[in-house]
Design a protein around this ligand. Structure first.
Ligand code: NCD
Length: 307
């Protein structure tokens, strides 16, 4: 595989083989970090994080990933202290960021398609860390990495993806990522108003999908239940958000009433769709999943930096 210098804007930018190699690389780096930290394999490289939308996990895990590889992690800082506040355009901002010569740019912003635009503007490789309701490919990488670690395989798994499927970018990227594998079934579980968009379904080639409203309908089929929060910030009409908020909740009582409990994943942050009383169940994997993000992002940066 050579990901050297490549942009990663969509889950579609990676082949199945590349995803599998990244998973193996993440496992290797995880092991290596037990003995040495930082690893000094990216000395002198500079990774620039540009987060124009809120983030905890994605921003920090990329910064830690760069640091643990031995690279320098530079951060753009909050938009409030940048010239965006003075009215500088996205295009000019990205041209400037690129001009200083970072070896990779990790970008999050709210306009769907602007990650691709940045990739065109910038000569440095651009990694999309979320472009509005469109995609979040590195989250999908750590999601399939978590599934492989927990279940030993990705082929043939049945995944229930629950919550705000309409606006959730992790949902789209995870669907595209799972579509690279064989025999995967996805159950999209959501109230009608939040169901998966047809344009996402149209892109799936391999996955067998089914749309349902309640988890109970499909619980016995599931190996994984991937819960997502309502994407409050994407609603044009706040009253629609108010109407839908609290419309689904996964809690311990509900899970213990199912014929079997699947592993529970969540990209985080959670709000009220996943109760803290689930955390103690052995099937709760979301904090582990977030930690896996560090190793997967180390693997991805290592490959994109070509080291
Ligand atoms: C997700 C995102 O930003 O899309 N968060 C993350 O990166 N782990 C999910 C979310 O915000 O709901």
């Amino acid at each position: 595989m050579s990901l050297k210098g490549r942009d990663v804007v969509s889950a579609k930018d990676l082949s199945r083989g590349e995803v599998e190699l990244l998973i193996d690389e993440a496992e290797r780096l995880r092991d290596m970090l037990k003995y040495e930290r930082p690893l000094h394999i990216a000395n002198g490289k500079v990774v620039m994080t540009v987060f124009l939308e809120p983030s905890t996990r994605t921003r920090l895990s990329f910064q830690y990933a760069a640091t643990y590889l031995g690279a320098l992690a530079m951060d753009f800082g909050a938009t409030e202290i940048s010239s965006i506040q003075k009215g500088e355009s996205f295009e000019d901002t990205m041209r400037m960021v690129d001009g200083y010569g970072p070896d990779a740019i990790v970008l999050r912003q709210s306009v769907p398609g602007n990650a691709a635009k940045a990739a065109e503007i910038c000569s440095s490789p651009v990694i999309n860390a979320g472009d509005g309701a469109n995609e979040h490919p590195t989250q999908a990488l750590l999601d399939v990495y978590t599934i492989r670690r927990e279940l030993g395989r990705i082929d043939g798994v049945s995944v229930g993806i629950m919550g705000d499927l309409r606006y959730g970018r992790t949902v789209k990227s995870l669907s595209l990522m799972l579509d690279k594998f064989n025999g995967v079934r996805i159950f999209y579980i959501a109230p009608k108003a939040l169901q998966i968009r047809q344009d996402v379904l149209n892109e799936l080639r391999n996955v067998k999908s089914e749309l349902v409203e309640n988890v109970e309908e499909v619980a016995k089929e599931l190996d994984v239940l991937y819960v997502t929060r309502i994407q409050k910030e994407r609603f044009a009409d706040p009253s629609e958000y108010e109407r839908l908020k609290g419309s689904y909740n996964i809690n311990r009582k509900l899970l213990e009433g199912l014929p079997r409990i699947p592993i529970i994943m969540h990209p985080l942050p959670r709000v009220d769709e996943l109760s803290p009383d689930v955390d103690q169940l052995p099937q709760a994997k979301y904090f582990e999943q977030a930690k896996n993000g560090l190793y997967m992002r180390m693997a991805l940066l290592k490959e994109v930096l070509g080291i």
